[in-house]
Design a protein around this ligand. Structure first.
Ligand code: PLP
Length: 415
């Protein structure tokens, strides 16, 4: 059967899955560091790429490959590499493309870990980043310089909740011959396939909605096969474009950075992620509908000073989000209270929602970003990332929405 022609919901369950031993319907957990071969010739042929086969789990593993095939199908890609975490995916993918002296043109409203990687860590190795408002496509276009080699944006900024026009950014990338890398963690492939949005490479922190139960950290890099690496801007890809053509990025990724950085997932984690992904569509429906309900509730509540959710009709990002994500807006929202003290009292007053640093779990999660995940940033940097002292971030879970709202109402009413 041509799995490419199946509906998204069917691919979630059958995509990438091959018959297991003894008729097993789940992918086997191949918990082995290395793989033995009958002859020295066979192992040489695998190492030299003349024959496919497994060598060592840092390089590839049957359980992880099943997950990679599925994620690639879901994003409309030509290949995928799973990694130990979302940050590992971003680091590995970015270092596959960039060299010292190169520049990233990145959204100014990134997830804090990515912001820190670009601003603090990569700059120490000669890779600089220009941060621009991703919702201002003209400013982004004007910021492209002779050194720019990558454009990096998130589908919905976490936690700023801004929504860039990705088709317009993709057009800038195409005109300038620079690849577009899209972190689609917050939307998941259910709201939109990265390739359809115009991305060349899609990143996921699979720790979030793809896993769906908060049981595993993971990441993924999906190559959409849309970028022509045979370009004078990327001379270091020459040997890969010659041999691997459309697969040049994936080949360079696997043969160099993924192998050298060693941020591979454990087979058990790949198994858990394969289990999680099967229910993605059903879960995302509920995340989206409950988040919209909660956003409307908070909007009407006198104690909440503002609510930021692209599903609200008066959000400045409502139109672009509706166009890009087919009338769904994800499971994340932020809202404001009078100040930090009220935000703390609100969080301490919740009984159902959990106070922790994650998103995309079956459970409703809340956090005060300014004092936790963004506590290392100055007030100016926090403002850039869309973080303020009075802000609470919510990842709306799969509980009955009435129970989530009752929990929030009780905590708000006691302020
Ligand atoms: C949008 C986004 N990208 C990347 C990451 C990093 O993923 P991980 O925590 O799996 O390393 C996160 C984590 O919160 C995220 O929200």
């Amino acid at each position: 059967m041509d799995k490419g022609s199946l509906h998204f919901e069917t691919l979630l369950i059958h995509g990438g899955l091959e018959p297991g031993p003894a008729g097993a319907t789940n992918v086997p957990i191949v918990q082995s560091s290395a793989f033995a071969h009958e002859t020295a010739e066979e192992l040489e042929n695998i190492f030299r790429g003349r024959k496919s086969g497994h060598v060592y789990t840092r390089l590839n593993n049957p359980t992880t490959e099943s997950l990679e095939r599925r994620l690639s199908l879901l994003e409309g890609g030509i290949a995928a590499v799973a990694t130990a975490s979302g940050m590992a995916a971003i680091t590995t993918a970015v270092l596959t493309i960039l060299r010292a002296g190169d520049e990233i043109l990145a959204s100014s409203s990134l997830f804090g870990g990515t912001y820190s990687l670009f601003r603090d860590t990569l700059s120490n190795y000669g890779i600089s980043t220009r941060f621009v408002d991703p919702t201002d496509t003209n400013a982004l276009s004007e910021a492209v310089s002779d050194q720019t080699r990558l454009i990096f944006v998130e589908t919905i900024g976490n936690p700023k909740m801004d929504v860039p026009d990705i088709a317009a950014i993709s057009a800038v990338a195409r005109q300038t011959g620079i690849p577009l890398m899209l972190d689609a963690t917050v939307t998941s492939p259910y709201l939109a396939r990265g390739r359809d949005l115009g991305a060349d490479i899609v990143i996921h922190s699979t720790s979030k909605f793809i896993n769906g139960t908060g049981s595993t950290i993971g990441g993924a890099i999906i190559d959409c096969g849309t970028f022509d690496w045979d370009s004078p801007l990327f001379p270091h890809f020459a040997q890969f474009t010659k041999k691997y053509r459309q697969f040049a990025f994936s080949a360079r990724l696997r043969k160099l950075m993924h192998k050298d950085l060693g941020a591979c997932p454990a087979p058990m984690n790949s198994f858990l992620l394969s289990q999680g992904v099967e229910t993605l569509a059903l879960r995302m429906e509920r995340h989206c509908s409950s988040a919209l309900e909660l956003a409307h509730f908070l909007r009407a509540h006198p104690t909440a000073s503002w609510v930021n959710y692209p599903g609200l009709p008066d959000s400045p990002f409502h139109e672009v989000a509706t166009r890009q994500f087919g009338g769904k807006y994800g499971g994340l929202l932020t809202f404001g209270l009078a100040g930090k003290a009220e935000a703390f009292r609100f969080i301490n007053g919740l009984r159902l929602a959990r106070n922790l640093a994650n998103i995309g779990d079956a459970k409703t999660l809340v956090i005060h970003p300014a004092s936790t995940i963004c506590c290392d940033y100055s007030p100016d940097q926090q403002r850039l990332l869309g973080v303020s002292e009075e802000m609470v971030r919510v990842s709306v879970g799969l509980e009955h929405p009435a129970d989530i709202i009752a929990d929030f109402a009780k905590a708000l009413n006691s302020l």
